[in-house]
Design a protein. Structure first.
Length: 255
C-alpha cells in the first residue's frame, strides 16, 4: 500500500499545479486568465502538545469534534504535583510564622539582623517553590486557545506520554484563507481589499472572498506572485483542503 502524502507534500503539489496553470495562462495571453486554482486553509491552526510527562486521564474530543475557546480538551494525572503543592504551601506557612516572630523580636531588639534576614530568605524560597508547583499544575490541563474543530487526535486516554508529545491538531473553523498565484503584471490593478468570487469543487457553490494582502516577492521564472485572500461569506460547510477556482480576470482594456 503506497504511503500517504504528508500535508507539506500535498501543499507543495497544489502550489506546483497552480504555477503550471499560471505559466499556461501566460502562454495563451494574460487576458485569457479567468479562473485560478485556489486551496482553503484555516487562518488559525495549531498542534497542542503535552507540557509535562504523565498519564492522560482526560481526552474526550475526537477528530471532527467542535469545541469552544477555553474548553478543557485534555488533562493529566497530577496527584503527585498536588501533593507537592500542599507540602510547599505548608512549608511556606511555617516560614512565614517564623518570619513574623523574627520581626517582633527585632522590634524588641532581641534578635540579630542576620537571623531576620535568614527568616526572610527562607520565606522567599518557600514562596518560590509554591509558585513553581502551581505553574506545573497549570500545565496539567490542555485548554483550547480558540474555538474550532479537532483535525487529528494523536494520543489516547490513559496513555502515558512524554513532555512535548503531540496530542491534538486543531483549527479555527470560523475563517478560512485562500492562497493563489497570479501573473505579476496583474499588480497594476490587483490590490488588497478587492472583492471577488470563489467556486469550490467540493460544494459546487460560489463564495464571496476578499484579497487581504499580496506576496512580498515576484517569482522571476514564472513571473508570478502569491496572493492571500479570505472567505467573507458563510463558512459552515467548508473544510480545510477544499479547492476550486478564483473568478478573477483583468479589467477590460479602456474600462
Amino acid at each position: 500500500m503506497p504511503a500517504k502524502p504528508t500535508p507539506a507534500a500535498q501543499r507543495w503539489s497544489a502550489l506546483f499545479a497552480i504555477l503550471i496553470a499560471v505559466a499556461a495562462a501566460r502562454a495563451n495571453g494574460a487576458e485569457a486568465v479567468g479562473e485560478l486554482r485556489v486551496q482553503l486553509s484555516p487562518i488559525r491552526q495549531t498542534t497542542l502538545s503535552s507540557e509535562i510527562a504523565g498519564k492522560l486521564t482526560e481526552l474526550n474530543v475526537k477528530e471532527g469534534d467542535h469545541f469552544e475557546q477555553g474548553q478543557r480538551l485534555a488533562a493529566f494525572d497530577c496527584s503527585v504535583q498536588q501533593a507537592q503543592l500542599a507540602r510547599s504551601e505548608a512549608a511556606q506557612q511555617g516560614t512565614q510564622k517564623k518570619l513574623d516572630v523574627a520581626k517582633k523580636l527585632d522590634a524588641l531588639e532581641s534578635i540579630s539582623h542576620a537571623d531576620v534576614a535568614q527568616a526572610q530568605a527562607e520565606t522567599a524560597v518557600a514562596r518560590a517553590e509554591s509558585g513553581v508547583t502551581r505553574a506545573v499544575l497549570q500545565r496539567c490541563a490542555i485548554i483550547a486557545p480558540f474555538a474550532g474543530r479537532v483535525a487529528q487526535r494523536k494520543a489516547e486516554r490513559w496513555q502515558h506520554v512524554a513532555e512535548g508529545t503531540e496530542l491534538l491538531a486543531i483549527y479555527d473553523d470560523s475563517a478560512y484563507q485562500l492562497e493563489l498565484i497570479v501573473p505579476s503584471d496583474w499588480l497594476g490593478w490587483l490590490h488588497a481589499g478587492q472583492d471577488f468570487q470563489v467556486q469550490l469543487d467540493e460544494t459546487g457553490q460560489q463564495y464571496a472572498a476578499q484579497i487581504e494582502r499580496l506576496g512580498a516577492a515576484i517569482d522571476p521564472l514564472s513571473r508570478s506572485i502569491k496572493v492571500f485572500a479570505r472567505i467573507t461569506g458563510d463558512t459552515r460547510q467548508l473544510l480545510p483542503g477544499m479547492s476550486g477556482v478564483a473568478l478573477l480576470k483583468p479589467p477590460a482594456v479602456g474600462s
